[in-house]
Design a protein. Structure first.
Length: 409
């Protein structure tokens, strides 16, 4: 029986919050740092060619160690099952590669049936970068049909090996017109009825986290239109904001990119909570300086790392209660509460729809609160300030940087 609870809904922060790992940064020392930061999930590729180097012979030793180290620290795993294996002479979309991939996936599901792992079929199968160069472009109905065939072949084998295993389909690259078309096509084929337990996306492509409120809605309406279920759990299994102009770059003054990155990490997690996204994986723990996605660097305290720590420290044990209307649809006041009645409100503003981060306009907002007198205001990096609640309203300057208002302790 799978150990991980699915879907992980209704759990207080930091449930469902994690980071992407790769082979060069999955050491016990890094896992210690991730645990210390307060994250609860990691995503890691389980590379088929690294395990099956002789047909039918699996060497899981490397992953056994990684999973054991995660288990020691209470870290749950999204295991991305990747990619084709040259032993079989074909892409996994074709035989005999497809059967080989399904058998490997089933072996993973059986071997790790008692571990906190959710399995994800492939990484970004809608784009040429990861699905292959056999098409003229990505996001085609042909790519959708090929991936559908792989999912349809793989899920039954995994469920046969471990009926309780949890499997994600999708891992969709970007949220824009072309990826919506790809999802529309594969939903119509019936991918949501293949036995998968959730759908994952990589919501790059839009300018700010708030734009994904509409994006998730478009996706879920497509699910419903094509026979659903529209309430299938959704996972954001990769989203980052680079300092350089890599995929995910959202514009703005490059000199302020580190600041924008901090804003986006906090806001993406909260927007995902607001949109009932079950897990958010930030990309990535430690990567190249040229791209600048890193959440951690051993030789430098990154602003985004501080912002992540403050987010978890401020909201640990809290759950999202509601969004408070404050007049402007691009202003956000998100109420978080605990069972004991404590409340904090996270406030920020965002640029107009599909505008770059530098188009954010700081301004004074009136936040209705259940408080009177002086309240604490903590900025995105943990600096303490004060504000005055008068007549049940706090007037405060808001910007793209989230602030935490302590309403009731």
């Amino acid at each position: 029986m799978a150990a991980v609870e699915w879907p992980p809904t209704g759990k207080p922060i930091p449930a469902g919050f994690g980071v992407q790992l790769k082979g060069n940064n999955e050491s016990p020392e890094n896992l210690d740092l991730i645990q210390d930061l307060g994250l609860t999930w990691v995503r890691r590729g389980f590379i088929w060619e690294a395990v099956e180097k002789e047909q039918g012979v699996y060497d899981f030793s490397k992953y056994d160690q990684f999973i054991a180290e995660c288990k020691k620290r209470g870290l749950k795993i999204i295991g991305c099952i990747a990619f084709s294996n040259r032993l079989y002479g074909t892409h996994a979309k074709d035989e005999p590669g497809r059967t080989g991939y399904a058998k490997f996936s089933a072996a993973l599901a059986e071997r790790y049936k008692d571990e906190d792992i959710i399995w994800e079929i492939w990484n970004e199968p809608n784009v040429m970068t990861f699905w292959g160069k056999h098409g003229k472009k990505g996001n085609t109905p042909e790519y959708a049909a090929e991936y559908y065939g792989l999912v349809k072949a793989t899920v039954p084998e995994m469920k046969k090996a471990n009926p309780k295993c949890i499997v994600l389909g999708g891992s969709v690259s970007n949220m824009w017109s072309e990826s919506y078309n790809w999802m529309d096509a594969i939903f119509a084929m019936g991918v949501l009825k293949t036995g998968i337990d959730g759908w994952s996306v990589h919501p790059y492509g839009l300018k700010s986290p708030e734009d994904y409120i509409e994006a998730y809605d478009i996706m879920r309406k497509s699910m419903a239109k094509n026979g659903g279920p529209a309430d299938i759990p959704v996972v954001n299994s990769e989203r980052g904001f680079p300092l350089g102009k890599a995929e995910g770059y959202a514009g703005g003054d490059e000199a302020l990119a580190a600041e924008y990155q901090s804003w986006h990490l906090v806001r993406q997690y909260i927007i995902d909570l607001y949109c009932n996204v079950n897990v958010t994986i930030w990309y990535e723990w430690m990567g190249s300086d040229s791209e600048g996605f890193s959440l951690y660097k051993p030789d430098k305290q990154l602003p985004v790392n501080t912002a992540c720590r403050v987010l978890i420290e401020q909201l640990k044990g809290y759950s999202l209660n509601k969004r408070i209307a404050i007049g402007n649809t691009r202003d956000f006041a998100m109420s978080f509460t605990t069972p004991s009645g404590a409340e904090k409100v996270v406030v920020w503003t965002s640029p107009p729809p599909m505008q770059t981060v530098d188009k954010t306009t700081p301004h004074v907002a009136k936040i209705p609160v259940n408080a009177m007198g002086e309240i604490e205001v903590i900025d995105i990096y943990g600096k303490l300030g004060r504000a005055e609640a008068r007549g049940g309203v706090v007037e405060i300057m808001i910007s793209g940087a989230p602030q935490y208002l302590v309403i009731k302790k």
